[in-house]
Design a binder for this molecule. Sequence first.
Ligand code: HEM
Length: 379
Amino acid sequence: MNDLIDALHLREPVEAIRSKVVPRHRSSVWYYLGGFALFLFGVQIATGVLLLLYYQPTPEAANQSVELIMKRVPFGSLVRSLHSRSSNALIAVVFLHMFSTFFMKSYRKPREIMWLTGVILLLLMLGFGFTGYLLPWDLTAYFATRIGTEVPGMLPIVGEAIVGLLRGARSVSGATLSRLFALHVAVLPLITIVIAGAHVTMTALFGSSVPPGAKITSQTKFLPRYVLGEAILWLCGLAVLLTVAVLHPWELGPAYDMTKPVEPPAGVHPEWYFMFLYQTLKYIPEWAAVGLYTVVLVFWSLVPWLDRKAKQGERSPLFTWIGIILIAGMLVLTTLAYLSVSNEVAGQLPSFGSQATSEPFPLHQPAVDRDTTLRSKGK
Ligand code: HEM
């Protein structure tokens, strides 16, 4: 074994991992989230590859092939449900990981690039969610993707080009399905593996940070103690996901038939992690929403350089407050979005109007099949 390690020039990295310790302090429990996100990403790759064996990315066959996976393929329903539930868990864990590292000010020198690669990973995870949503080609997926692919059109200069690139046609069509499928199964995974590789390698190089003012109470050896703790979390997480996947299989709505266009069903909406964006579109025009979130994203990416106090190892309450306000804003908008959707499904008009979504896809169209919306996506 030692000879092999020498031949592969692995002695230094192996020694670095063997001697690595993780500091313990009042917030150190949050360190587990990064590894948990990595585990869930592994679940996504494994279940995604299995789904690929049967899935067919065409408007005629996509919905049927998913139905076949659910009804005829052994453990197909379990694998599909695991993929869908775990994708939601992954995005939730990545948000928690991001905000926990934010509040611990882990982005301080020398981890600025870790933060930046983290922001890219968040966008990649949201990209997976967006591109995967259309793949079952059911009514909700079709109409939600129609709204989603419209939004970048408001970006100056590049907007129209992005919409064209995503859709491959004037409206959401078979070309869109091919493109989102390619992004979902090839482009995004490859970029994610490279960026996540860099992100995790930097953890090995820099070790775990200690928040300003925190007192280190002890240290845990990374091998085997810390890794075993992490493994327990992974197994518990997998057990919960399997239980939910078995008890609540991910549902599938009826196929969208392009030869018989229908009105969008009432209450059609994106996944929970896009709901705050969706709600924003109801208050301000698309161009303003795109501008606002571009500014927020640029600000968020530059936090390690903007937070001068944290840079000097001091507490920075201003940035803590910025984080709290951001979370509160996202929670309020998400709650309002769900209230609006349930009003719509119940057949009542919401108390506020729709601006951006009123053309060319009005939110408050008469429903063609309300049950469909309720059944699809398990909402
Ligand atoms: C797929 C998504 C992600 C994966 C797989 C991932 C993985 C990891 C892992 C394994 C660690 C080391 C353990 C830990 O400290 O938690 C880590 C640390 C870190 N991550 Fe992530 N991460 C992801 C997304 C993000 C995001 C979205 C951000 C922020 C924008 C971020 C920022 C950081 C920072 C600053 C650290 C250093 C923590 C410290 O040393 O205290 N990560 N990440």
